[in-house]
Write a protein that binds this ligand. Structure first.
Ligand code: SF4
Length: 324
């Protein structure tokens, strides 16, 4: 039986918008609005959606890098939602994040050995000698030559810089890693190298990933289960093959219709979504997707659809399914 490592229940992250006069809150950006999902130990949950859907904010709030506005975060059975930064410290080393931009996230004035070692220093792990040894081992693990430890980030290629990012995230031996668009900024030719590296390290170190991406082909390759986000809400969650073979939410169907199918015999009709994603400050009433949904009905404006389980592990939030 799979062990649940982390779970978020009705997680909310709203950012207040302050008025010019008296700095009172006049509105809120509802970046994440009552989102629920879990990740089992050793698995990868893919989190997909257009830019502006709230997936990055969801990942950061799950790690408590952003304080949630509401809902719960359960880590290994413990409710960590209200823990203070000091109380979070011992847990912090178990949860790391890797960013999209391998250059912007590395301090250009620090040698890479020091960059990789920094989390060990922050958490006071090991003696000086042990830390240097851990850095050398980790550089080797991610395919970097340890003798390059005194070089600076600008002396490395994009792919190598992302390997430095991986080494820095893993050097303190975390269990849970949020991979926030880890290959989007890389050339196509080196994307697969980083994906293979992440998969190999997951197997070897029993890592658990939240993989945030908008490239569905990569998400399919990487994930065990997939959650689809639209305007701060999760609209569909399922096992990887189930979601890609039987998408049920109209938004998921539209997203998947844009992914090329490798089999020339299979024809898939492209669904073009009209308009842009609406503002999360004032999302549409009822179903957030209704302004772009080709199947919208009167009830979609009046009532928010609840997520229902249509098959084991496959949940969908759409009135079309309750109608059936
Ligand atoms: Fe479309 Fe209505 Fe389903 Fe929303 S609830 S996806 S608007 S059919």
């Amino acid at each position: 039986m799979a062990t649940r490592l982390v779970e978020v229940q009705k997680l909310k992250k709203w950012f207040p918008i302050k008025g010019v006069v008296f700095s009172t809150t006049v509105a809120s950006v509802k970046a994440v609005d009552e989102v629920s999902f879990f990740i089992n130990q050793g698995e990868t949950l893919g989190l997909v959606g257009e830019s502006g859907s709230g997936k990055t904010t969801a990942g950061r709030t799950m790690l408590k890098l952003l304080q949630p506005t509401g809902g719960k975060i359960i880590y290994k059975g413990e409710d960590i939602t209200k823990l203070t930064p000091n109380q979070m410290r011992p847990l912090r080393r178990n949860m790391q994040i890797m960013f999209q931009d391998p250059y912007g996230s590395l301090n250009p004035r620090m040698p890479v050995g020091d960059i990789i070692q920094e989390p060990l220093d922050v958490h006071g792990i090991g003696t000086r000698k042990e830390r240097r040894q851990a850095v050398a081992t980790m550089m080797e693990t991610v395919g970097l030559r340890p003798e390059y430890e005194r070089r600076y980030p600008h002396e490395f290629s994009g792919g190598q810089r992302q390997r430095i990012g991986v080494a820095r995230a893993l050097v303190i031996n975390p269990e849970l890693l949020v991979l926030d668009e880890p290959i989007s900024a890389l050339d196509v030719s080196i994307q697969s190298q980083i994906i293979n590296l992440l998969q190999e390290l997951q197997q070897r170190l029993n890592l658990t990933y939240l993989f945030i991406a908008h490239d569905l082909a990569v998400v399919r390759h990487m994930s065990d289960r997939v959650a689809v986000m639209y305007l701060g809400k999760i609209v569909e969650t399922a096992e990887n093959d189930e979601l890609f073979d039987h998408p049920l939410h109209p938004y998921t169907q539209a997203l998947l219709s844009a992914v090329p199918v490798p089999d020339p015999e299979v024809k898939r009709e492209r669904i073009i979504l009209q308009g842009d994603i609406p503002s999360p400050v004032n999302p549409p009433s009822g179903c957030h997707f209704r302004t772009r949904c080709p199947y919208a009905m009167p009830i979609c404006k009046e009532q928010e659809p609840l997520a229902i389980e249509v098959a084991p592990g496959h949940t969908v939030a759409c009135h079309l399914l309750t109608k059936k």
